[in-house]
Design a protein around this ligand. Sequence first.
Ligand SMILES: [Zn+2]
Ligand SMILES: [Zn+2]
Length: 215
Amino acid sequence: MTDLAIPSSAEAIASLLRQASPVHLDLADDTPYGEWQAIGRFLVTIQQSPRSQFLLPKINFNGPLARHRPDLGHCWIWTAATNRFGYGKFSTGTRVLGAHRWIYTQIHGDLPSTTPLDHFACSNRPCVRPDHLKPVSMRENTLRSDTNPFAVNAARTHCANGHEFTEENTYWWYSADRVAPHRRCQTCAKRHNKNTDERRKRERAERRRSLQETS
Ligand SMILES: [Zn+2]
Ligand SMILES: [Zn+2]
């Protein structure tokens, strides 16, 4: 792992970044060195992954300053596809992965698929900067008790209809209070939408038929 050394100057990091990410290199001239270091540390780690060649050009390293923690620097904005909640996503060909989650796990190691990541520093959903993210530990802390109804729910590995809450099958969303994230089973959601569509179609057909009969 000796090749994991962070380049020692902003120019060296810039040149590394230029090789890795030809698209979004417009960092301001007065970017503090600490910020270059964060990028350098990120680059040398993520370049271990064969996916980095494809992913790095999709990141704009010059996003806005983190809203709640400006000391943590600029957001790194995912410029490619996002899901309908605004989180970055990409496809591996067989699976769709959350960009911020994937990047976070490259830096910090694996994360259970049931543990959501919170943009605690910036509340900026397309941001993929690993140090703007943290696992939502509040859940783990408050959800220890098995009498707590939230704990019972969080411990479930399958939905009410028996589909497993895997990474792909789980949608995390926040209610307006943003207290705790909720899970939704994607299989059930799709089936529900399909059933609703079919019911509406059936109802329309029936209405048409009854109109014809009365006329
Ligand atoms: Zn951010
Ligand atoms: Zn389900």
